[in-house]
Design a protein around this ligand. Sequence first.
Ligand SMILES: Nc1nc2c(ncn2[C@@H]2O[C@H](COP(=O)(O)OP(=O)(O)OP(=O)(O)O)[C@@H](O)[C@H]2O)c(=O)[nH]1
Ligand SMILES: [Mg+2]
Length: 264
Amino acid sequence: MAQGSGTAVPGVGRVLVVIPTYNEADNVEVIVRRVRRAAPQVEILVADDNSPDGTGARAAELARADARVHVLHRGGKQGLGAAYLAGFAWARQRGYDAVVEMDADGSHAPEDLPALLSAARDADVVIGSRWARGARLLNWPLRRLVLSRCANLYARLALGMPVADATGGYRVYRVGVLDRMDLGSVCSQGYSFQVELSRLAHRAGARIVEVPITFAERERGASKMSPLIVAEALWRVTGWAVRDRGAAVRRGWREATLGRARWP
Ligand SMILES: Nc1nc2c(ncn2[C@@H]2O[C@H](COP(=O)(O)OP(=O)(O)OP(=O)(O)O)[C@@H](O)[C@H]2O)c(=O)[nH]1
Ligand SMILES: [Mg+2]
């Protein structure tokens, strides 16, 4: 660890902020600049899926000008989940101690990052939460607000996780906890990725802490949210719930029958 060289966050270590991008040419420079200003010790990896609008080339320019900015050029659009997993692998190979997930469109304020990193001193996973007391939502359309509220309610009830914002995509993961999570089993393409990782972290016994954030609607560029992405989340959460409940019932049944067998 490069302690003392100005690249370590006290109590956390070397941090890599992974920013997945697809057609974010108007946003990439702004977000990189804001992260560098808000948290000068961290490094940044832009994980670009060969965006047709030239986001990758812009990110490469930023990387040439700043040794703390890196780019992962990927072959084509493969979804948010695949881009993050590639970013996590990149971080692991290079010995980072923590990775941050952050959108490129400014919805996740880099100015909140110091608070998230400070919470990471005593946690395995920190979720920048839209549904924790003190969070602020700016210009979010009512339909997105309702969708997020319902999705979180469903995920919490179906999966039994004590997490208010399981769909939120502004997070810190200590690399140690990623090692305990079975990332090879991850199958989500879109935003159910966040729920899937919440579930894996919860099952790995991770200390999960939520920190309120200010979440703003994107100002520039197009959303990649689609009905297909919502359907994927619904379908996957239901599948995990059935699997988890089935396993719990089988466990209970086994314990009950074994207990009875031992009864004198
Ligand atoms: N590398 C990569 N990045 C992606 C892909 N899909 C989305 N992203 C990025 O993931 C982040 C979140 O996507 P958004 O389109 O902002 O999704 P959203 O925040 O749910 O939607 P809005 O609220 O409408 O902005 C952005 O930085 C996107 O550029 C993908 O397939 N590959
Ligand atoms: Mg967004």
